[in-house]
Design a protein around this ligand. Sequence first.
Ligand SMILES: [Zn+2]
Length: 503
Amino acid sequence: MALRLYNTLSKQKELFEPVNPGKVGIYVCGPTVYKDSHIGHAVGPVIFDALKKFLQYKGYDVTLVINITDVDDKLIIEAGNRGISVKELAAEVSAGYFDAMDLLGVDSIDHYPRATDHITEIINMIQQLAENEAAYAVDGDVYCDISKVKDYGKLSHRKSEDQLEGSRQLSGNEKRNPADFALWKKAQPDEIGWDSPWGYGRPGWHIECSAMSMKFLGETFDIHGGGLDLIFPHHENEIAQSETATCKPFAKYWMHNGLTRLKTKAASGEWKAEKMSKSLGNIKTLKSLLAEVSPAVIRFFLLSTHYRRPIDFSEESIIATQKGMMNIYRTLERLTRISKDDVYSDLFQARCFEQAMDTDTDTDKQLFEYITAGQLRFLEALDDDFNTAGAISVLYDLSSTINKFIDDHQLESAASDNAKVLMLESGRMISTLGKILGLFTGPLESNENSDQLSAQLMDIMIELRANARKEKNFALADMIRDRLKAIDIVIEDRPGSTTWTKG
Ligand SMILES: [Zn+2]
């Protein structure tokens, strides 16, 4: 199986072949730390952390870098409003961001470089551009001359008129071309800034990412990621200045994730999705969201949509995700109880699985075949442009098939030694696949314990009711169903299995 990724540069899925065999470098544009992070800031880190884990599973040595923009007009204004320094503001907001990343299981980032720690690299790069006659200074500001850039517009696929349109509002009279963009901005003596060959000032946003990505990953690296809204002008300008400075290709694959939208129900009952933005005021901070919803659910939610699609966020979609995730956890708990072993403890071992099969029945062989085929389907989905949504749907399938097997064979009451191995390896398969995306890494922690206990009790109730029905004791079966209904638990009989939901 080979990984194919959609590349914004070519607008098609391409076979993934790293620049240096066996090694992968990934750079993702991180937050501008002037206000608390919101769910949109978690999308890129969760996706690329999961992509790194998948690439590691495939045997690559991966370096993942997410930058922190800690100097910018927005930071200067916000710090001024709050009467603190830019440095203090950046430290406070980035601390909140790192806490959220920890909670979300984003634990594979190798470097979080800050722009203010890389002023020397930024100045050196601007000087290189000036030597290549692609940068010019006007009264302390320095601009990139896009007429000197080969193929400007190749990422955003914009025609030159569009570029002019997009940059007109930014243009000043002093620029040679309205689409030229700032590499260095003159600063006032009382503002944050650094000395440079062009005077006191601070870097432009785009040059920060070029300088930091090259420092950690080299002049040509594999994957550059970020939100769709960064394609133009940010990423277009990163390519322009990087390739003009080094005369080498910059990033080989450009991966852009969809943006988060807020899904709300109108009075008419119709759903509508609108862009989330600070200016619309419809954003919940990541901190307040994580206080209400388990971080594991948020991670699962973000990976349940294909990364190139918009993520529609609503209370209902979070609740649905939580239910789906808990179903898989409940299956894993059942498998732990039946096998009397820890399904999270070790990697799936096909050999044990096959040995257990040797002496068992055809039905067991069917389960074995279904599960091993499931592993293949899971990995194929990820190989197809990192389709985590497709991979997660395989986990749902595996979970419900295993549940049905447990019910059909009444394994909760008695399981043979072979059945125990079969259940242990089935559980290990789900958790092994989940771990590739940083999901189902271990049993849920204390705050989810009550959910787990409810689930276990409900499994017992469902089994008791099934037995009552088998013995034609319909009065008892109905009583169990009605009493549960009275506490808002609805039991649903489906062909081959019984499910429950809490209203
Ligand atoms: Zn960037």
